[in-house]
Design a protein around this ligand. Sequence first.
Ligand SMILES: O=C(O)c1cccc(C(=O)CC[C@H]2O[C@@H](n3cnc4c(=O)[nH]cnc43)[C@H](O)[C@@H]2O)c1
Length: 234
Amino acid sequence: MNLDQKAEKPHVSSSRRRQPGMRVLVMTAVSAERDAVLRGLHSDTRVDVLVAGVGPVAAAVNTAKVLATAEYSLVVSAGIGGGFPGRAEVGSLVVANEIVAADLGVETPEGFCSLDELGFGSTRVQVDASLVDRVTGALLAAKLPVNTGPVLTVSTVTGTATSATELAARVPGATAEAMEGYGVALAAHDCGLPVLEIRAISNMVGPRDRAAWRIKEALDVLEAASSVLSEVLL
Ligand SMILES: O=C(O)c1cccc(C(=O)CC[C@H]2O[C@@H](n3cnc4c(=O)[nH]cnc43)[C@H](O)[C@@H]2O)c1
């Protein structure tokens, strides 16, 4: 997967602007993820799938740009991600019940202190429970392996067992890790829109082992998940 890509310039046609109805915006980090989602959606024109770039800042900026030019009823952050051991296996799916900016805070001699604890706002976006149940139910009905739990957004991919253990302790139930969810969620939240995050697990969170990443397998699962999404979301 080529990760060295610029975000797409969001283009929203005038006909799209005239159709407020039920439209879903899916933001991915890279084009390989976008293409997997598009293949699964079978050209459902009620869903726009755009590349935002890698990381929470690119995700937030580019999602906000799209939301400023078109109307949507739901925003989805979708892509591959890392699974926490014992919570999500490679080749499975994770639907976030909470999207957590897990490294947004300060380090102190006593350990990490989040923005929430500092009183500077929230690092967590809750996902509507009925939406999570609906999507999870549909994925299970399609015989896809799926777990729900907090999905962490980090600016640096976790690369050691120590960091993985620390993150899992910081966010009880942490199920997956990726780099864009919180950015997409904040942009959606700012527009009063519900958000969903779906990750197809390509690797385990822990010691960096590039050779063990199963990106193709994860993209295939992301495609399969996308094929049931429009039925349940629209
Ligand atoms: O370390 C490498 O050599 C390497 C090779 C391929 C891709 C990467 C990435 O950093 C991909 C980041 C990209 O994918 C998502 N992602 C996938 N797994 C994880 C993870 O365990 N932790 C955080 N992000 C992950 C992420 O959302 C980015 O879009 C590295």
